[in-house]
Design a protein around this ligand. Sequence first.
Ligand code: SDX
Length: 438
Amino acid sequence: MKKIDRKFGKKLEVDAKLDINGHVFTLPVIEGTQGERGLDISKLYAETGYVTIDQGFANTAACYSDISYIDGKKGILNYRGIPIEELAEKHSFVEVAYLLVHGQLPNQKKLKKWSGFLTEHSLLHEDMRHFFDGFPRGAHPMHILSTMINALSTFYPNVDQRSLKADINETSTRLISIVRTLAAFAYKRSVGEPIVYPKHDLSYGANFLHMMFDSPVKPYKIDQDIVDVLNMLLVIHADHEQNCSTTAVRVIGSAQVNLYSTIAAGVNALSGPLHGGANQAVMKMLRKINKDGGNVDKYVAKAKDKNDPFRLMGFGHRVYKTYDPRAKIMKAACHKLLKKLNIKDPLLDTAMKLEEVALNDEYFKARNLFPNVDFYSGIIYRAIGIPENMFTVMFALGRLPGWIAQWREMVETKNTKIARPRQIYTGVPCKRSEGSAE
Ligand code: SDX
């Protein structure tokens, strides 16, 4: 695989100074394209014997990346320099997937080739279809998805940095396309219906809806408005700098693991309720509030009570300290779709009330807690007819091109090292081993 000598930001003239017991060390200061600044501590341990501690990595940049940019204070998200609002409104998920993996939007010729690959790879290897029969009926689709994606590495063993001869277009479109088929098959398995094969003449989103909802006794009629909303949802979930699941992909991939096993790790990380699993948890929370008489104030109070483990799911974010720009787009789409489908969803009413109370509450304001990407997405998925246990699978479908782009950037960057952080040992004092040096 070709390696790229990437430019790692701009080194500022003035270094930072670190005074440890009167010994002054200099730390280079690196500035990113948008003016973010970081201290380069790559020589800190060698020069000082000290490591830094940053649980949850809230203050640590794990890499240099050209893919997406977030300004948490201003609520900005760009993919390859293009604002998310523009991409969500004007571009298909297939174009945005190409943008993330290749760095620029495709021209018509490249888009045709890329879409052709997606169609060609939409079929699952027939031997894999029988894997579904082994899962228990109630298996969570995220667990099925990560298992099946990992199984792809047994069918395509040579997809890693050392032996990645196949064109990245082939590799990435195979994953982006097959995972859509796997997701629909997992759903059909969970409801005991016959699986529906993809059709060569449907768009990415329309084909997914076709495989999910078509049936021999009740043909599914494609509604372009629903395809457009699904397309927007996939676009706004497509990448998000170094979030938990992308970090998992980079860490696992740094050991030169097969791409499919690496992506399976990303799916597993995303399934957590603090991460991608929050969209399903939001619906559970809204239903619980409704069942409890719609008492929003009671649940806001619970979320503030340190002795109560309850948190407002879909609220708060490690980076956004203002409204998540993706939540804004989704809130508008939510109202538009429910109006078009003439749906009155009591969960949306509760979500709106919850948002209003929380945003005017000192506790939430003081901590800059706003709705995040997961707060409204579930209401839209529900309106489309997607069952709750598939919500996080939808997040994974969207995030897939971002994971692939981040993996590609890492493996193609010269001198990428295996991820191996240090620790501060706080266990029992260690016995000296016989004959060890003093
Ligand atoms: C995603 O990272 C990404 O980019 C992720 C993502 C992506 O696209 O990949 O954006 C997708 O994962 C969105 C987040 C989905 N998760 C949820 O909605 C779960 C609910 N949210 C929280 O658990 C929390 O806000 C996190 C996990 C999202 C962020 O947690 P942090 O940054 O570790 O913040 P924290 O837990 O240290 O909280 C800071 C304070 C604490 O109070 P104090 O101790 O200062 O008094 O804010 C409070 C927290 O108790 N707090 C909340 C809260 N979130 C934070 N209080 C009530 N309800 C909440 N939701």
